[in-house]
Write a protein that binds this ligand. Structure first.
Ligand SMILES: [Zn+2]
Length: 313
């Protein structure tokens, strides 16, 4: 991976409704340090410099996730409490924010639609588009699998589909495009994005009446594939990784940077400045694990049980 992009703490507040295109300049991390200065409800974690792919130690795959109520393994009780307390004290409005992955899955009743933001000029075949859909569906459902059946989480799987592709030019999409919406819209920085009128990020009230493709073809998440992108970024709007990384790993069981960024979509934090007691290798500790671990699972379960109580699900 490239490591040339410097982490900057510059925070710009322009474009009140735009997904931050340059995360180096738009750190909307919902944490106190640095304090997010933008007023809009965005949730972005910048992992630009997070990964050294030569340095990953596979996580111990042990996962005893049969518990259906809050009863984590004894050795995880303390670190889980540390993580929760840290999140509650550092996120700007931890429980008041209402666009986490959990909110989206519940609002959409177990069906999540994606827009693929395909930057650059590399052509994409219909077969590749099918592979992209299969891959993001599989990775998304790895988080769902650790929530299924826990404290009333109602879905065994989530029906993930790609409804739209956003490209610089329609000719980039080769083959049959009859099953997708093709967008050449651009964001404020000139980067392809699907129509804002169809996006959950822009319409968190669920009103997609302005979406030409129809409300059923709205999108909840963006899978943003940028040539040469360093590391990743993730948030309530979706996940951003290098286009080459995603395509090279498209058939991998665990596309670990995507799994990490999806963890942010599901409200989980980064661990660049501290690590909880007794746990070292887990997907949200960037570069320390290749798959969702038992600790990651219980961190997500903690969010679910707390949001469930807060939202009345
Ligand atoms: Zn991260």
């Amino acid at each position: 991976m490239k490591h040339s992009l410097a982490l900057s703490t510059i925070v710009a507040s322009a474009f009140a409704s735009a997904i931050p295109a340059n995360v180096q300049q738009h750190i909307q991390r919902r944490a106190a340090n640095p304090q997010p200065v933008c007023s809009f409800e965005d949730h972005t974690f910048d992992d630009s410099n997070a990964w050294d792919r030569d340095n990953i130690t596979p996580a111990i795959p042990k996962r005893d996730l049969g518990e259906t109520t809050w009863n984590p393994p004894t050795n995880l009780i303390t670190p889980l409490k540390e993580v929760w307390d840290h999140e509650i004290s550092t996120y700007s409005n931890a429980l008041g924010f209402k666009n986490y992955g959990y909110d989206q899955v519940m609002a959409a009743e177990g069906k999540i639609n994606y827009c693929v933001r395909w930057e650059g000029s590399t052509k994409v075949t219909a077969e590749q588009r099918t592979e992209v859909k299969t891959a993001i569906r599989k990775q998304f459902n790895k988080w769902i699998a650790v929530l299924a059946g826990f404290e009333g989480f109602p879905y065994e799987t989530v029906d993930v589909n790609v409804v739209g592709w956003a490209v610089n030019d329609a000719s980039i999409l080769e083959g049959d495009v009859s099953t997708i919406e093709v967008y050449t819209d651009k964001d404020a920085d000139g980067i392809p994005q699907c129509a804002e009128s169809c996006g959950r990020f822009f319409h968190q009230d669920g009103d997609y009446s302005g979406c030409k493709a129809g409300a059923a073809r709205h999108y909840d998440q963006s899978l943003w594939l940028t040539p040469g992108f360093g590391g990743g970024a993730g948030g309530d709007w979706g996940q951003r990784v290098a286009q080459e990384y995603f395509m090279e790993n498209i058939n991998a069981e665990n596309i670990h940077i995507v799994l990490h960024e999806l963890g942010h979509t599901f409200a989980l934090d980064d661990f660049y400045d501290w690590t909880p007691t007794g746990v070292t290798n887990f997907i949200m500790n960037a570069g320390s694990a290749m798959e969702i671990t038992e600790f990651d699972a219980w961190m997500a379960r903690d969010w679910w049980r707390n949001l469930k109580a807060n939202r009345g699900w």
